[in-house]
Design a protein around this ligand. Structure first.
Ligand code: NAD
Length: 508
């Protein structure tokens, strides 16, 4: 195992166009989840670094006529497209870096980079095609009235560890497209690709001070960003507990707040979806993907399988049979289908949830333990077997709380009403799916699900053109789509009187 003292500390803080170490000189080792070995040493910023970054972003926003907020839209869009091209150029390298940092497979890493490039292209196209404002008929030829959109100002962008660069791009691309400046704070455990992206933005020609990054922990860097009086907007993706802290810290300065939080997503399977062999195979295969891709460390993971009682035994038996065969290992190893969990603490949390479920009466159908080490699974890696927990019920913690690991719970229903009630019985509301061969039922159930995304006979796809976000405690605000751009804008009404006259409201 490498020793972090052998690694050279990287200048991972970028402020006003300069790469820096932390003011304090502190560093943090970045660990590979597949073997717990450090592979990079980055700056551990704190409040002082954060204040410098906000100051730089503020100066870049408030700058003169040529500053980024006043750069013509066509130029902003062209820059975003150049960034997409650079991402494509560096796809292999960035995909591998994402795989190593977050523990996902190399192929997942590459797909993430494709999606990041898509986000940059989408927001470039969206702003480039827009009308510059909306003329409003004020009822008089002497009045010219127009509604325009302007950038919000300095944006604080705080991101999680599971899809580090993808989540960052859903914020950075619209923030830049709308003309804002920003400070991004990636997760302290997976900052590597976001650091790389800041380099690509500079290479693409973004002026100094527009894009700043401070690497460091949430309770210092993140908390300071949320409360900072010179930050105009905070967009946060992460867990419910941290999200509520961000909202509280942001309240006294009345900044705009967008929260993209967790999920406890239902995957509802009606028996009619399994009536043919092909239908059954597809529904099981997608339930496997829904629950276990990236070891279930996905905000929209289909962690609650809600299956019609008549097909439960057959469905769960096949699901468990296939889950046992998922090939776990280092994400970059040949033939590996699923990587480790992101950290030792996180695996301990997942283990605790499984133990609590078994104590509350769940039946273990597969998994529930760490796998044996192998040539692709170092003993020091944070691996955990895909786990199917049968006979679960809504009072169990494992059904109510976000586990964020390779664990799927099974509940059953007999009627459509029962299925909908179970699916909606969560404080979250991020995403959910319904599997049925009955098109009418599909639309009825989709209409009743209280979730921000509903898939019918599918699971996990998203489109950059369609908004992403949650109902309930899954958050406020939306990413992607036109609403994902609107988050980064202020709306201004400009009312121009071309023939001003006295109003004589007061007679004196
Ligand atoms: P987390 O809440 O622990 O951390 C997220 C980010 O917030 C990190 O950068 C962290 O350093 C920072 N942070 C922590 N405390 C903070 C504070 N007090 N003030 C400001 N910033 C703070 O979440 P995580 O463990 O990194 O990510 C997993 C969570 O993210 C899951 O709940 C998952 O569902 C959610 N998530 C949601 C979406 C979505 O689109 N809704 C997408 C991905 C992940």
């Amino acid at each position: 195992m490498a020793d972090s003292t052998e690694l050279q500390a990287r200048q991972s803080i970028h402020v006003a166009g300069e790469w820096r170490h932390a003011v304090s000189g502190a560093t943090r080792a970045i660990l590979d989840p597949a073997d717990a070995a450090p592979f990079a040493l980055v700056a551990e910023g704190d409040e002082k670094d954060t204040d410098l970054a906000v100051e730089a972003a503020r100066a870049a926003f408030d700058g003169g006529a040529g500053a980024w907020p006043r750069t013509p839209v066509a130029e902003r869009a062209a820059l975003l497209r150049r960034v997409a091209d650079l991402l494509v150029r560096d796809r292999e390298e960035l995909g591998l870096l994402e795989s190593r940092d977050a523990g996902k497979t190399a192929e997942e890493g590459r797909v993430d980079i494709d999606c990041v490039a898509d986000a940059f292209r989408y927001f470039a196209d969206l702003v480039a095609a827009e009308a510059p404002g909306r003329v409003v008929d004020a009822g008089s030829p002497d009045i010219h009235s127009v509604v325009v959109h302007e950038p919000v100002g300095v944006c604080a962008l705080i991101t999680p560890w599971n899809y580090p660069l993808l989540q960052a791009s859903w914020k950075i691309a619209p923030a830049l497209a709308a003309g804002n400046t920003f400070v991004v704070k990636p997760s302290e455990i997976t900052p590597m690709t976001t650091i790389a992206l800041i380099g690509l933005l500079a290479e693409a020609g973004l002026p100094a001070g527009v894009a700043n990054i401070v690497t460091g922990p949430g309770h210092t860097v993140g908390a300071r960003l949320a409360e900072h009086p010179d930050v105009d907007l905070v967009s946060f993706t992460g867990g419910l507990a941290s999200g509520t802290k961000v909202a509280r810290a942001a309240a006294p300065t009345v900044k705009k707040v967008a929260l993209e939080l967790g999920g406890k997503n239902p995957n509802v399977v009606f028996a009619d979806a399994c009536a043919t062999e092909e239908g059954f195979d597809t529904a099981v295969d997608q339930a496997l993907n829904a629950a276990f891709i990236h070891s279930g460390q996905v905000c929209s993971a289909g962690a609650r399988l809600i299956v019609e009682e008549s097909v439960r035994d057959r469905f769960v038996t096949e699901l468990a049979r296939r889950a046992e065969r998922i090939r776990l290992g280092r994400g970059t190893a040949e033939g590996v289908e699923c990587g480790p969990l992101v950290s030792e603490q996180h695996r301990a949390k997942v283990e605790e949830y499984v133990a609590s479920a078994l104590a509350e009466g769940a039946v273990l159908r597969c998994g529930g333990k760490r796998p044996q080490p192998s040539d692709v699974r170092p003993a020091t890696g944070w691996f955990y077997e895909p786990t199917v927990l049968d006979h679960c019920h809504r009072e169990m913690r494992v059904v109510r709380e976000e586990v964020f690991g390779p664990v799927v719970t099974v509940e059953t229903f007999r009627t459509e009403d029962e299925a909908v009630a179970l699916a909606n019985d969560t404080e979250y509301g991020l995403a959910g799916a319904v599997w049925t061969a009955d098109a009418g039922r599909a639309r009825r159930v989709a209409g009743r699900l209280r979730h921000g995304t509903v898939w019918i006979n599918d699971f996990h796809p998203y489109l950059p053109q369609a908004e992403w976000g949650g109902f309930g405690k899954s958050g406020t605000g939306r990413e992607l789509g036109p609403a994902g751009l609107a988050e980064y804008r202020e709306t201004k009404h400009v009312y121009q009187n071309l023939a001003p006259k006295p109003v004589r409201w007061f007679t004196g």
